[in-house]
Design a protein around this ligand. Structure first.
Ligand code: ZN
Ligand code: ZN
Length: 451
């Protein structure tokens, strides 16, 4: 616990951090959250699910959590289906010949090393691809466009994200040789956005990539000319079965160890293109720092309930860590679950799934967040991928501290997801919002009811 982070209001804490950071960017600071995300993104860097780098991240995280005073620190291994990137290249050939900025999507099928060349057929939407007859794209590469726009609540990731999650499976049903999509992102940089495909069961994966938004604009303009397009596509990544992954779990024991634990989660893996700063190094930094501050900031001896942190492994390829946690810990009682996995922009909204019987607790949380500019919202709270399985198994109460998502999908799953994109002042606001919330739910003697 530092002088800076001890009990200052968020603005003062931010001011205290900023000059030190600006003047000595590489000098040691004493801010738990900043130090954690800085060191994870610097000393480990990219840590794809199931990779040796992810294993190094687990060892690193376990050591860091121990040094911060966490107890029962455990690495809990599991295996999963991984994806290892190969060569990613695409170029239009013939009419308007030019290279394109492309990334393979997670679980893409592979082309031969020399690539494939085929007609590129433009579909303005996923629905337009779904409307063509099955088998009609034999020997062709489907291109799926879409029109995602930024929103504060990030809700566009549901429908537009399906272009990536489900579009490749639809392309297989239509007989396509390969599929390319407009990146699921809202920036105008030549950074393609990767992310996992959800293939339907029993389907043989085809090569599948995403081009950067400016390249997708180019393809849309070229398609509008009516000229036939041809693409040379090389995606040589491999799907790897039974790759080693794992979770890191650690406790801050409460004063009454017989009470169910409060679970706070993030994910430790990242995509390989960037260093996983906003997705999701920031989340691990926020939950860890807030748990420590809630423990030390109230009654002597810490919070009433144990606060458990879960650094989940292999979230990006399908939430394997959250499933493994629920399998291993599903019989232990949990009081409540929360997750931080939406970057490090400011918390602007709080949502719960509390039953009316727990309105008093909900109202205390709302009041504690109000000075930070956080507004209440009635929408359903779901926690997120890493706590979803345990929430479903135990019908847990959840608090979602929603971060402003207006800029999140400019960076998400791109090479630009790096430490410099995190504003220390906004990171501090996140930690404060989480601390205020944990100080209530981890000191609540009675059960909190989910609706
Ligand atoms: Zn994430
Ligand atoms: Zn992600």
């Amino acid at each position: 616990m530092s002088l800076f982070t001890a009990r200052l209001p968020v603005a003062a804490a931010a001011l205290a951090i900023l000059p030190a950071f600006a003047a000595h960017a590489t000098a040691p600071t004493t801010d738990v959250a900043w130090d954690l995300v800085r060191d994870l993104t610097t000393q480990i860097g990219p840590r794809p699910a199931g990779s040796p780098a992810e294993a190094r991240a687990r060892e690193w995280a376990a050591a860091r959590l121990k040094s911060l005073g966490f107890q029962n620190v455990a690495i809990e291994p599991f295996t999963m289906r991984a994806y290892r990137r190969g060569t990613d290249k695409a170029e239009l050939v013939g009419f308007a010949a030019q290279p394109l900025a492309i990334t393979a999507l997670g679980y893409s099928g592979a082309t031969p090393d020399a690539g494939i060349t085929a007609p590129l057929v433009y579909f303005p939407t996923l629905a337009a691809l779904e409307a063509v007859p099955d088998g009609s794209l034999a020997g062709k590469i489907a291109f799926i466009d879409h029109a995602m726009v930024p929103t504060q609540d990030g809700s566009g990731y549901g429908p537009y994200g399906n272009v990536r999650r489900k579009g490749p499976g639809v392309a297989v049903a239509k007989g396509a040789l390969a599929v390319v999509i407009r990146s699921v992102g809202t920036d105008k940089h030549r950074n393609p956005h990767t992310g996992a495909i959800m293939w339907p069961k029993g389907i043989k994966p085809i090569p599948a990539g995403a081009v950067a938004n400016p390249d997708a604009d180019q393809i849309a303009r070229l398609a509008a000319t009516g000229q036939p397009l041809r693409l040379h596509l090389t995606l040589t990544g491999q799907i790897i079965d039974n790759a080693p992954s794992g979770n890191v779990v650690a406790d801050l024991p409460g004063r009454d160890p017989t009470l169910p634990v409060v679970l706070v989660a993030c994910h430790l893996d990242s995509w390989d293109l960037g260093t996983g700063a906003i997705d999701d190094g920031a989340g691990c930094a926020i939950v860890t720092a807030a748990a420590l501050r809630a423990q030390s900031g109230g009654a002597p001896g810490g919070t009433l309930r144990t606060i458990r942190v879960l650094f989940a492994g292999s979230e990006e390829l399908g939430g394997f860590g959250g499933e493994a946690y629920a399998q291993k810990h599903g019989k232990e009682p949990h009081a409540l679950a929360m997750e931080s996995d939406f970057g490090a922009d400011r918390v602007w909204r709080v949502t719960t799934n509390f039953a009316p019987a727990s309105d008093a607790v909900k109202n205390r949380i709302i009041a504690a967040l109000n000075p930070l500019g956080v507004v209440p919202h009635d929408g359903p709270a779901d926690g997120g991928e890493d706590v979803g399985a345990i929430i479903a198994a135990q019908k847990l109460p959840v608090v979602d501290l929603n971060q402003d998502g207006t800029h999140y999908f400019d960076l998400h799953h791109t090479p630009d997801d790096t430490l410099d994109k995190i504003d220390p002042a906004l990171l501090a606001q996140n930690v404060q919002a989480w601390e205020n919330t944990l100080a209530i739910v981890a000191n609540e003697a009675g059960p909190i009811a989910a609706r």
